[in-house]
Ligand binder design. Structure first.
Ligand code: G3P
Length: 218
């Protein structure tokens, strides 16, 4: 399972990269705004800064909502750096843009996916990644993890190569459950990754080992 971090915060990206388990980054316009990154030039520069920190794919989202605008923006984003993956929303023109980018060899991540039908369309259009938002489904009393299972089942039926990128991960158990189901990638906050480290028996065990070492070496 690939681990992506879902943030535009350079310190958090650096911390995850230093841990040695990071495979990429996803961003979106809200995450950029949260870091105070505004204006096209600053946003483009920030994408390049992210690419210099991580070795893997960096999703950069288009903000146009009609085909020609998406193509123009997506081509500019893809030209920025070889690690850029163009993030395209699951709307009608977005599907057309996914197919266009796929034909041109520009890698894509289809975002804002909330149903199996949308995931089928993304795969048919040649998206490299599909991003089902599990946390936002949970927020409206719908089982987000079930969507991951359904997409896994459908993609396996037909050998679709689109990678399932479980997005809107909110906590550590989401990561573990997505791994059980077989999501190819998860993107979440740093806290969800660091949460995997934690177990009280590890802390108690280490304390005892160190205390016993001290006893024997004092
Ligand atoms: O990047 C897309 C997705 O991960 C957003 O997550 O927490 O805003 O629902 P969230």
């Amino acid at each position: 399972m690939k681990f992506f971090i879902d943030t535009a915060n350079l310190d958090q990206i650096e911390e995850a990269q230093q841990l040695g388990v990071l495979d990429g980054v996803t961003t979106n316009p809200s995450l950029m705004a949260k870091e105070g990154i505004t204006g096209k030039n600053n946003i483009m520069k920030h994408y390049v800064d992210i690419c210099t920190i991580v070795d893997g794919d960096v999703s950069a989202e288009v903000v146009a909502t009609e085909f020609n605008g998406m193509v123009k923006e997506g081509e500019e984003l893809a030209d920025l750096h070889e690690q850029i993956v163009v993030k395209v929303p699951m709307i009608k023109d977005g599907v057309k843009a996914l197919k266009y980018f796929s034909d041109k060899g520009i890698r894509t991540n289809c975002t804002l996916v909330f149903s199996p039908g949308q995931a089928i369309l993304a795969a048919k259009a040649g998206a490299n990644y599909v991003s089902p938002f599990i946390g936002r489904l949970d927020d409206v009393s719908t089982d987000g993890l079930n969507l991951i299972s359904e997409i896994r089942h459908i993609y396996d039926n037909y050998g679709f190569e689109t990678e399932i990128l479980a997005a809107s991960i909110r906590h550590t158990m989401h990561v573990i459950d997505c791994a059980k189901i077989g999501a190819d990638v998860m993107t979440g906050p740093l806290s969800a990754i660091l949460g995997l480290l934690k177990h009280p028996l590890t802390d108690i065990g280490l304390e005892k080992f160190l205390a016993d070492y001290k006893k024997g070496n004092s």
